[in-house]
Design a protein around this ligand. Structure first.
Ligand code: ADP
Ligand code: MG
Length: 587
C-alpha cells in the first residue's frame, strides 16, 4: 500500500505532506525546505529548473522563467518559456513532479497518488486542469479538496473534542478564499464558502512596484515592456520590503538600473507601513465582499465565530491582520503556520480516504461553492427571451449532491435542444461562466412543452456531471463540454505526456549547487566593481569543480566561495538553515 500524500499546489509556493505514524508531516525538498516556489525556469542549455533555483533565476532572467501560472489554470492561455509554449497544467505538472521526486527521495518508495488542494473558488475548468496537471506528472488524484477545507482538517485533527464555529481566511499569492465551518466531536461541516480567484499577496507586491514606478514617473505596463529586467528586480525588492514591514515601521527599496542591476550607486526610496497600507487599501477593501457573503449565506453573526484561522503567506501582512481583526472583532488564532496548514490537511484527507485508524473518529462534509444551472428562455407575452439563468444546484449545498429539474421545449416539433451549462450567481447567463453545453436530440415531435429532464451531479472532487433524459423515450445524454481547455482527448494527453517526458531537467544531485551559483550571479551585479573579481574567480572555480566530479576539489571550491561571500558581508540564505530555524520556532 502506498503512502497517504497530500499536496498544496499553490500560486506562489507548493508543499507536500505525508500522513504516517498517526499524524501529518511535511516533506522537505532537495534544498531542505518544505516550501517549493511554484516557479519553472529554463537554462541556456535547455535544461529545466523547478522551485528555488528557478525563483533565483527569475530575479536576473525573468524571460527564462514562468511563475503564477496557477492563475491561468482552466484557460487556453499559453505561456512561452525557452522558445516553447506551455499550458498552465503542463507547467503545474513540473511542480507536482518535483514534489513527487522529493517525496520519493524522502520516503524511499514510489509515490503514485495524492490528494491535491485547490482554492474553494476554483471552477470546473480549473479543477479539471489540476487533475490534468497531476496526470502529466504521473500522479493519480485521489481527491481534489478545497484549500480552506484542508486547513480546517488540520484544525479538526488537533481539536477533536471541540464544538466550535470557525472561519478560515486564506489569502495566498494569487487567490482569496473564506470558509465558515462548524466542528463537533470530530465531525467537520463546511457551512459556506466564498472567494475571489484573482486576489492575493502578489497583487500587494505589484501595487508597491507600481507605486514606486510612479514615483519615478513611470507606468507599470510600459516599464514592464520596455525594461523587464528593471521591473523583475524591483519586484524582488518590493517583495522583500513588504515582508520587512512585518517587523519594521519602514523599509528601503533600492532602485535597479534598466538592466535590473542594483549597484552601490543605486538610489533608494523609503516606504513606511502607513504608505504601504495606503497603497494597498483598495486591495484590502476587496476582502470585505467574500467575508460578508459567507456570513450571510451561513446565517452566522460574526460574534458567533469561536476561532479565526488565517491561512496563506499574505495573511502575515499587518494590513490584513488589522483589517480582519477590526472587521470581525475577533483575534486570529496564532497556533498554525499559515504556509503549512493546507498541505498538512491534505495529508489528513488522504488518511481519511485510506480509513487510517488515527482518524477513524473524524468525518467531514463540504459544500459546492457556487451556483450551477442552465440557460433558460423566459416567456414575456407571446415572445421568448433567452439568456436567463435557472439554478439547479444552489451555492453552499452540501456535497456530493445530485439534483434534477424538468424543462420543456419552446417550439412545435422541436426535435433538439442545446442545454447551456453555467456557473455563477447572476440572473442573466452573460454575467456567469459558461461551463459547457449538452445537445439533446431525438425529442418526440409534438407541440411546445415536451418535457426533458436535466440532472446535475456535483461530486466530492468538485467536478460537475450533467445528464439529460427524455422521459418519453428514456434516452440519455451526457455533457459534451465545449471550449474546455483541460478537456483533452486521449491523443492530446498522450502528446502532452510525450512533450513533458522529453524535457531535460537540471540534474537533481547538482541542483543545490546550481542554486548557489545563481545566487552568486545575482550578487556579482550588486557589489562594487573592485570586489567583483574575487567573487567571479570563486564562482568560476566552483563551477569548474562542479563539472569535474572531483569530490575534494568540489568541497574546497564550495567553502572557498562561501568564504568569499561572507568576506563581502553577504549572507547566503541556505534553505536548510531556514528549515532548521522553522523547526525551532515551532517547538
Ligand atoms: P499560495 O498558496 O498562493 O502559493 P502562499 O500561501 O505561499 O501562496 O502565500 C504567498 C504570498 O504570501 C506571496 O504573495 C508572498 O508575498 C506572501 N507572503 C509570504 N510571507 C510573507 C510575509 N512575511 N509578509 C508579507 N507577505 C508574505
Ligand atoms: Mg495556498
Amino acid at each position: 500500500m502506498g503512502f497517504d500524500i497530500g499536496i498544496d499546489l499553490g500560486t506562489t509556493n507548493s508543499l507536500c505532506a505525508v500522513f504516517r505514524d498517526g499524524q501529518p508531516e511535511l516533506i522537505p525538498n532537495v534544498h531542505g525546505s518544505v516550501l517549493t516556489p511554484s516557479v519553472v525556469g529554463v537554462l541556456d542549455d535547455g535544461s529545466m529548473l523547478v522551485g528555488l533555483p528557478a525563483k533565483e533565476l527569475r530575479v536576473t532572467h525573468p524571460a527564462q522563467c514562468a511563475w503564477c501560472f496557477k492563475r491561468w489554470m482552466g484557460t487556453n492561455r499559453k505561456i512561452r518559456l525557452g522558445g516553447r509554449d506551455y499550458s498552465a497544467p503542463e507547467l503545474s505538472s513540473l511542480i507536482l513532479k518535483s514534489l513527487k521526486d522529493d517525496a520519493e527521495a524522502f520516503l524511499k518508495e514510489a509515490v503514485t497518488e495524492a490528494v491535491i488542494t485547490v482554492p474553494a473558488y476554483f471552477n470546473d475548468h480549473q479543477r479539471k486542469a489540476t487533475k490534468l496537471a497531476a496526470e502529466l506528472a504521473g500522479l493519480k488524484v485521489r481527491r481534489i479538496i478545497n484549500e480552506p477545507t484542508a486547513a480546517a482538517l488540520t484544525y479538526g485533527f488537533h481539536e477533536r473534542e471541540a464544538v466550535k464555529k470557525l472561519m478560515v481566511i486564506d489569502l495566498g499569492g494569487g487567490t482569496f478564499d473564506v470558509t465558515l465551518m462548524e466542528i463537533f466531536e470530530g465531525g467537520l461541516e463546511i457551512i459556506s464558502t466564498a472567494g475571489e480567484s484573482h486576489l492575493g499577496g502578489e497583487d500587494f507586491t505589484n501595487r508597491l512596484v507600481a507605486t514606486v514606478l510612479k514615483q519615478l514617473g513611470k507606468e507599470y505596463e510600459t516599464a514592464e515592456l520596455k525594461t523587464p529586467l528593471l521591473v523583475a528586480r524591483l519586484h524582488e525588492e518590493c517583495e522583500r520590503a513588504k515582508r520587512q514591514l512585518l517587523d519594521a515601521p519602514q523599509s528601503r527599496i533600492r532602485i535597479p538600473n534598466d538592466d535590473g542591476e542594483i549597484n552601490e550607486k543605486a538610489v533608494s526610496v523609503l516606504v513606511t507601513r502607513e504608505a504601504f497600507a495606503k497603497a494597498s487599501k483598495a486591495l484590502v477593501d476587496r476582502l470585505k465582499g467574500p467575508i460578508g457573503k459567507v456570513l450571510r449565506d451561513g446565517q452566522v453573526d460574526p460574534t458567533e465565530i469561536d476561532d479565526l484561522i488565517l491561512v496563506g503567506g499574505a495573511t502575515r501582512m499587518p494590513v490584513v491582520v488589522d483589517f480582519v481583526r477590526e472587521f470581525l472583532s475577533a483575534e486570529p488564532l496564532a497556533k498554525f503556520n499559515p504556509d503549512e496548514v493546507v498541505a498538512l490537511g491534505a495529508a489528513v484527507q488522504a488518511a481519511l480516504i485510506s480509513d487510517n485508524a488515527a482518524v477513524s473518529d473524524m468525518v467531514m462534509t463540504d459544500v459546492c461553492p457556487f451556483t450551477l444551472g442552465v440557460e433558460l428562455a423566459k416567456e414575456f407575452g407571446n415572445y421568448l427571451e433567452p439568456g436567463y439563468f435557472a439554478p439547479i444546484i444552489h451555492r453552499n449545498t452540501t456535497i456530493p449532491v445530485s439534483k434534477e429539474q424538468i424543462f420543456s421545449t419552446v417550439a412545435t416539433n422541436q426535435l433538439e435542444v442545446t442545454i447551456n451549462v453555467y456557473q455563477g450567481e447572476a440572473r442573466k447567463v452573460k454575467d456567469n461562466l459558461k461551463l459547457g453545453e449538452l445537445s439533446v436530440k431525438g425529442i418526440p415531435p409534438g407541440p411546445a412543452g415536451q418535457p426533458f429532464l436535466v440532472r446535475f451531479t456535483y461530486d466530492i472532487n468538485g467536478l460537475l456531471e450533467v445528464e439529460a433524459c427524455i422521459p418519453e423515450t428514456g434516452r440519455k445524454f451526457q455533457t459534451v463540454l465545449t471550449n474546455h481547455a483541460a478537456d483533452l482527448t486521449p491523443k492530446e494527453i498522450a502528446a502532452a505526456l510525450e512533450k513533458m517526458r522529453k524535457l531535460k531537467f537540471y540534474p537533481r544531485d547538482d541542483v543545490k549547487n546550481k542554486q548557489l551559483v545563481l545566487f552568486c550571479d545575482r550578487v556579482v551585479g550588486e557589489i562594487s566593481p573592485h570586489l567583483r573579481e574575487s567573487l567571479e574567480g570563486a564562482i568560476d572555480a566552483f563551477e569548474r569543480a562542479m563539472s569535474s566530479g572531483d569530490r575534494e576539489m568540489f568541497e574546497v571550491a564550495r567553502s572557498g566561495l562561501l568564504i568569499v561571500l561572507s568576506s563581502l558581508g553577504i549572507e547566503y540564505e541556505s534553505p536548510e538553515a531556514e528549515a532548521d530555524q522553522d523547526d525551532n520556532e515551532l517547538s
